[in-house]
Design a protein around this ligand. Structure first.
Ligand code: ARG
Length: 403
C-alpha cells in the first residue's frame, strides 16, 4: 500500500532531494511526485533546477518566488524581536522553513495531493520545523520523509540516483553542507565538524576577512518605522532591496560572521558557521533604537520574550499558540520604535554611533544633562533611596546581629 498517491516534494536540486523523486515512486509506490523549489533570494538559477526535477521523474516541477514574503513576513518579525538563538544565531535558515511548509501545503491543496515530502535527515532541526508546521497547517496530509528512512550513505544515495538518471554531483569538491538564502549562509560538515578547528577562509562567500576589509570606516543611517527597517541613508527601500544592500555593505566590511557550537532540537551539539551580515546589522541597529524609544519595563520583559521567541522559531514552533501570543506583545511594543540609527562599519565591527527619534524618543535632555539646564530634583533622590534601600538595610542588620 502506497503511503500517498500524489505527493508535493520540497525540492532544492541537490542529490538528496533529487533521489527522493525515484525513491518515492519506486520504493514507496507514490504515483505522482510534484516538486516545488523556492526562490528565497539564494541567487541560484531556478530553471535548471526545474528541469532537473522533471528529468528525475517529477510529473510537474514548480518554482515559486518567496523572497518578498520571506523578508516581510519572517525576517522583519525576527528583527522586531531581536531574535538570536542562544544569544547569537539570527535564525537565517530556521525562518525559511515555516514559509516553505506553508507553500507546500497550499500547492498540495491546489493539485489535490494527499501527501507532502521533504528530504531532511533524521538528525537535524529542519525536519522538526517542516513536520510540525505541516502537521499544524494540514493534519490530513501525510508527511513523507524518505531521507529519514532510507538508511543510505552518501555514496549509496549517489549510486541510487545514477541508476535512475540523476547525475552524480559534478564537483566532488565541496565537503560542506550549505544552506543559503537572502538572509545568509549556514555552513557545516567537512573540517568544520571538529569544533577546535578554525574555519578555512573558503567557507565564506558573503563576508570578507577582516584583514581584507577597507581601512576606511563607512557609516550608514538606518531608518525604522514600527520596528521595521525602511530606509538606508534616507533612501526609502522595499524590504528585499534593503536587506540586499545591508548584506553588501556589512559583508564588504567583514561584519556578520559567526562560528558557534549550538544545541539542536534533537539533543545534539553541532558546530555551524554562519554569515548573516545584513540581518545582524539590522538587529543591532534595531536594538539600539529600542533603547531610545521603549520604556525600561517593557524593554526588560521584551528581552526575556525575545529569547523565548528565538527558541520557538528554532525549535519549529512557528505556528504554535505561544509564538502567536508573544507576537502580540512584540507588535504592541514596536509602536514607538520609529527613528533612525547611525551604524559605523569598520574591520569586522558594526557599532552604533548615533540614534534619534523625532516622535518617540524617551530621552529627555534636561533630565539627563549635567549642565545648567538640569531640571532633575536631586533632593528627591534622598527620600527615594531611603525607601528603596529599606529592605536591604533591615535584612543586613538582622544578619549582622545573628552573626
Ligand atoms: N543549524 C542551522 C539551523 O538549524 C542551519 C541548518 C542547516 N545548515 C546547513 N548547513 N545545511 O537553523
Amino acid at each position: 500500500m502506497a503511503r500517498a498517491k500524489k505527493v508535493v516534494l520540497a525540492y532544492s536540486g541537490g542529490v538528496d532531494t533529487s533521489v527522493c523523486i525515484p525513491y518515492l515512486i519506486n520504493e514507496w509506490g507514490v504515483e505522482e511526485v510534484i516538486t516545488f523549489a523556492a526562490d528565497l533570494g539564494q541567487g541560484d538559477e531556478l530553471e535548471p533546477i526545474r528541469l532537473k526535477a522533471l528529468a528525475a521523474g517529477a510529473s510537474q516541477s514548480l518554482v515559486g518566488d518567496l523572497v518578498e514574503p520571506f523578508i516581510e513576513g519572517f525576517a522583519f518579525p525576527a528583527i522586531r524581536a531581536n531574535a538570536l538563538y542562544q544569544g547569537r544565531y539570527p535564525l537565517s535558515t530556521a525562518l525559511a522553513r515555516p514559509l516553505i511548509a506553508e507553500r507546500l501545503v497550499a500547492i498540495a491543496r491546489e493539485v489535490g495531493a494527499d501527501g507532502v515530502a521533504h528530504g531532511c535527515t533524521g538528525k537535524g532541526n529542519d525536519q522538526v520545523r517542516f513536520d510540525v508546521a505541516i502537521g499544524a497547517l494540514a493534519p490530513d496530509l501525510t508527511v513523507l520523509t524518505p531521507a529519514r528512512e532510507w538508511g543510505m550513505s552518501r555514496e549509496e544515495t549517489i549510486a541510487y540516483g545514477e541508476c535512475h538518471g540523476i547525475p552524480s554531483p559534478v564537483s566532488k569538491g565541496s565537503p560542506y553542507s550549505i544552506d543559503l538564502n537572502l538572509l545568509g549562509r549556514s555552513i557545516e560538515a567537512g573540517p568544520l565538524e571538529d569544533p577546535d578547528v578554525e574555519p578555512p577562509e573558503e567557507v565564506y562567500a558573503l563576508t570578507v576577512a577582516v584583514d581584507q576589509a577597507p581601512d576606511a570606516p563607512e557609516t550608514v543611517t538606518i531608518g525604522f518605522e514600527r520596528g521595521n527597517p525602511v530606509s538606508l541613508d534616507g533612501e526609502r527601500l522595499d524590504p528585499v532591496s534593503l536587506v540586499r544592500r545591508a548584506n553588501a555593505l556589512a559583508g564588504r566590511h567583514g561584519f556578520g560572521r559567526l562560528d558557534m557550537v549550538e544545541d539542536r532540537v534533537v539533543g545534539i551539539k553541532s558546530r555551524e558557521i554562519y554569515e548573516t551580515p545584513g540581518l545582524l546589522l539590522l538587529i543591532r541597529a534595531h536594538q539600539e533604537l529600542e533603547s531610545l524609544t521603549v520604556s525600561a519595563d517593557v524593554l526588560r520583559t521584551k528581552r526575556q520574550l525575545e529569547m523565548q521567541w528565538a527558541d520557538l522559531v528554532y525549535q519549529g514552533l512557528w505556528f504554535g499558540a505561544l509564538k502567536d501570543a508573544i507576537d502580540g506583545f512584540m507588535d504592541r511594543s514596536q509602536q514607538t520604535v520609529n527613528g533612525s540609527v547611525r551604524m559605523k562599519l569598520h574591520k569586522g565591527n558594526a557599532t552604533a554611533v548615533g540614534r534619534s527619534s523625532a516622535t518617540d524618543s524617551l530621552y529627555v535632555p534636561d533630565m539627563a544633562t549635567y549642565g545648567a539646564e538640569d531640571r532633575f530634583d536631586h533632593r528627591a533622590a534622598e527620600g527615594f533611596i531611603y525607601v528603596w534601600g529599606l529592605p536591604t538595610r533591615l535584612s543586613a542588620a538582622v544578619r549582622r546581629r545573628g552573626g
